[in-house]
Design a protein around this ligand. Structure first.
Ligand code: NDP
Ligand code: A1CAB
Length: 266
């Protein structure tokens, strides 16, 4: 697979790392205007770093766009004259709809929207994917790429905004929970490094229990909560302080913000 990442910033960088670790390409082009932050990729075989989006387009079959929403239309307009029927366009750009992409590149291109997260750098991204009518013919290829870099779900485009919040922003939300539990562990006597170790691996274990058993979280909670014990005491105190409510409200606020980002682009 000849892949180009157009706009190798935070997310593009993570995707590049995941692709390199997985050896998932024959050639990989990484583009951005200021190339300094991409120096670490210089030594890799078959990886080209460039500011030339047109060269990257001409030499690649799969184009993964990871620029900011405000830059996307200009980048698409720049590369559109060089698109052929071989190209699969995968956009990770938040709030930029398929009709809007088709408005620049036309309806005959394979257009996929993918919403990965930065855990793609370690092969653990939850990535949601949708496509235009043409892109449906290539959605399995796109899914295969992201399956190598984590877990995927094909969804309708109407759910993409929600997927952005739960999965992409979700990494930041879970990081805060891990940081908060780390802070608690320090207050309870562990040094900072140990505290984070306890917090991260407990988080991984909890998620793995659900992934591997298919159980509902409450079923697993019931196994931990001894009557009159310390777990239910802690859980109830967290709920009195609004734990679930604040998480839900935060995610809804994040969802509403994407609608505003979309309006700002119009
Ligand atoms: N960060 C995340 O976790 C996630 C982000 N997204 C989406 O991915 C996109 C990128 O986000 P993020 O990586 O955080 O943003 P960044 O700003 O870190 O990355 C965007 C990159 O695009 C480059 N760029 C800008 N203009 C051009 C151009 N004309 N040609 C080539 N490269 C260009 C910029 O570098 P330079 O200025 O040097 O060109 C920059 O490094 C956004 O649309 C975001 O909504 C989606 C899911 C998760
Ligand atoms: O914060 C943002 O707007 C982008 C989209 C999801 C992750 N980062």
């Amino acid at each position: 697979m000849k892949i180009a990442i157009i706009g190798t910033g935070n997310l593009g960088h993570s995707i590049a790392k995941g692709l390199i670790i997985d050896n998932a390409f024959t050639t990989l082009y990484l583009t951005k205007r200021n190339l300094e932050s991409l120096e670490e990729f210089n030594g890799y075989t078959n990886v080209t770093i460039t500011s030339d989006n047109i060269e990257a387009t001409k030499t690649s079959d799969i184009l993964i766009f990871a620029v900011q929403p405000a830059h996307f239309e200009k980048v698409l307009a720049e590369i559109t004259p060089y698109l052929t029927e071989k190209h699969v366009l995968i956009s990770t750009v938040t709030g930029f709809s398929i009709p809007k992409i088709e408005g620049v590149v036309g309806e005959n291109q394979f257009v996929i929207r993918a919403m990965p997260n930065t855990a793609i750098a370690v092969g653990k991204s939850m990535t949601c994917i949708c496509s235009n009518t043409q892109g449906a013919k290539r959605i399995k290829i796109s899914q295969a790429i992201f399956n190598r870099l984590g877990h995927t779900l094909i969804i309708p485009e109407s759910q993409m905004q929600a997927a952005t919040v739960i999965c992409a922003s979700g990494v930041a939300f879970w990081m805060r929970l891990i940081r908060a539990t780390t802070q608690a562990a320090i207050q309870l006597g562990f040094d900072a490094e140990e505290a984070q170790e306890l917090s991260m691996h407990t988080c991984e274990g909890a998620a793995s229990l659900l992934i591997q058993t298919g159980n509902h979280p409450e079923e697993e909670i019931d196994k931990v909560t001894t009557p009159k014990g310390c777990t239910i005491e802690g859980l109830n105190e967290m709920e009195h302080k609004g734990l679930s409510s604040s998480l839900i409200q935060g995610m809804v606020a994040s969802y509403n913000k994407i609608s505003n980002i979309k309006k700002e682009q119009i």
